[in-house]
Design a protein around this ligand. Structure first.
Ligand code: ADP
Ligand code: TRP
Length: 321
C-alpha cells in the first residue's frame, strides 16, 4: 500500500481515524510506503522556518500511531527525486479540464485567491506519481481523497493506452470511519479549518476544547430541553469513541433531558482521551529520540528510492526517453 499526509501541522483525530489507524491495522497484510508529502504542502502559503519541525512532527506521529518501520518505509517526498519527475510526465497526459474539476483544487483556490499557482492545479499529478511509483494494490485514504485516486486510475488507463500496459489501477481502501466532522459540526475536520482535535494535545486541553468548541444540537438551549442526538455533532463522536452502552445512555438521556450537554461532552472527552493515551505516550517517547526518527526517515528514503528509480527507468524506456 501507499499513502501520504501533508506536514501542515499537528495531525488530528480525523487523520488518525480516516488514515493512520487503518494503515497500522493492515500492515500485516500489505507492505507500506508512507510518504510525508512536503512538495504538496508548498502549494499553499507556509512558514519556511517551521517546515523542518512539521516534517519531524509528522514522522513522530506516524510512528506514534503504530507504523512499524520493519513493515513499511516511512519517508519524506522531497528526499525521493523520482516523485517530481514522474509528476512532470503525468502532466503531459492529464487534461487540464480534469484538474480543474477537482473539489480540493476548487476549495483551495477559493481560499487562496491571491496565490492560485500552477502547482495547486497540478497537485493530483504529483499525487498520482506518489502512488504509481510503488505499484500499490491499495491506497488507504479518507473519503475526501477518493476523487484524486480516481484521477490516478484515469492516468493509468491513459498511460497504458499510449505507451503499453505497465501500471495497474490501485483501489482506495477505507476503514470504518470515512469522514469525521470538525468541532464546528459543519465541515470535515481539517487542520486548515482549525476545527480539529490534535493528537498532540494533553487530556486536559482536549477536554477544554470539547467543552468550549464542540457544537451540539443548537435547538437545545437549556438542560431541561429534550435534545435531538441525530443532529448533534458530539453524539456523532460518541458513535465513534464510546461503547454501545454509553451511546445508548447519552442518546436516551439527551432525548428525555436527563443528561445535559456538559455531562455528555465530559463522557466523550474521557473516551477520546482513553483512546489517545497510548499514542500521546508514544509521541513523547519519539519526540525525545529524534536521532532514531531521522534514521527511520533515511532508511525509508533509501528503500523508496530503489523502487521509485526502477519504475522511473522503466517508464522512460516505454516513452522512448
Ligand atoms: P487536512 O484536511 O487536515 O489537511 P489532509 O488533507 O492532510 O488533512 O489528510 C490526510 C489524510 O487524512 C487523508 O487520507 C484524508 O483523507 C484523511 N482525513 C483528513 N481529514 C479527515 C476527516 N475529517 N475524516 C476522515 N479522514 C480524514
Ligand atoms: N492529497 C492528500 C491529502 O491532501 C495527500 C497525499 C499526497 C496523498 N500524495 C498522496 C495521499 C498519495 C495518498 C497517496 O490528504
Amino acid at each position: 500500500m501507499l499513502s501520504g499526509i501533508q506536514p501542515t501541522g499537528s495531525l488530528h483525530i480525523g487523520n488518525y481515524l480516516g488514515a493512520l489507524k487503518n494503515w497500522a491495522d493492515i500492515l500485516n497484510d500489505y507492505y507500506g510506503f508512507f510518504c510525508i508529502v512536503d512538495y504538496h504542502a508548498i502549494t499553499v502559503e507556509y512558514d519556511v522556518s517551521q517546515m523542518q519541525k512539521r516534517i519531524m512532527d509528522a514522522a513522530v506521529e506516524y510512528l506514534a500511531c503504530g507504523l512499524d518501520p520493519n513493515k513499511c518505509s516511512i519517508f519524506v517526498q522531497s528526499d525521493v527525486r523520482a516523485h517530481t519527475e514522474l509528476a512532470w510526465i503525468f502532466n503531459s497526459i492529464i487534461p487540464v479540464a480534469e484538474l480543474e474539476r477537482m473539489t480540493q483544487y476548487k476549495d483551495k483556490s477559493r481560499k487562496n485567491v491571491e496565490n492560485i499557482n500552477a502547482a495547486l492545479l497540478t497537485y493530483p499529478s504529483l499525487m498520482a506519481a506518489d502512488i504509481l511509483l510503488y505499484h500499490p494494490d491499495i491506497v488507504p485514504v479518507g473519503e475526501d481523497q477518493e476523487q484524486h485516486v480516481e484521477l490516478t486510475r484515469m492516468i493509468v488507463r491513459k498511460f497504458n493506452n499510449r505507451y503499453g500496459e505497465y501500471f495497474k489501477e490501485p483501489d482506495t481502501y477505507h476503514g470504518k470511519v470515512l469522514r469525521i466532522l470538525g468541532l464546528d459540526g459543519q465541515n470535515k475536520m481539517s487542520k486548515s479549518l482549525n476545527n480539529h482535535i490534535a493528537l498532540s494535545l494533553t487530556a486536559e486541553e482536549t477536554e477544554k476544547l470539547i467543552m468550549q468548541k464542540a457544537m451540539t444540537d443548537t435547538n437545545r438551549k437549556l438542560k431541561t430541553d429534550p435534545g435531538n442526538p441525530d443532529i448533534c455533532n458530539v453524539y456523532s463522536y460518541h458513535k465513534i469513541f464510546s461503547s454501545e452502552d454509553e451511546q445508548k445512555e447519552v442518546c436516551e438521556g439527551c432525548k428525555n433531558a436527563s443528561i445535559g450537554c456538559v455531562q455528555c461532552k465530559r463522557m466523550l472527552a474521557k473516551n477520546i482521551n482513553n483512546e489517545l493515551a497510548p499514542i500521546r505516550e508514544n509521541i513523547n517517547k519519539y519526540s525525545n529520540d529524534k536521532d532514531y526518527v531521522y534514521d527511520v526517515l533515511k532508511e525509508g528514503a533509501k528503500n523508496a528510492s530503489e523502487v521509485a528509480e526502477k519504475t522511473l527507468y522503466e517508464v522512460r524506456n516505454l516513452m522512448g526517453l
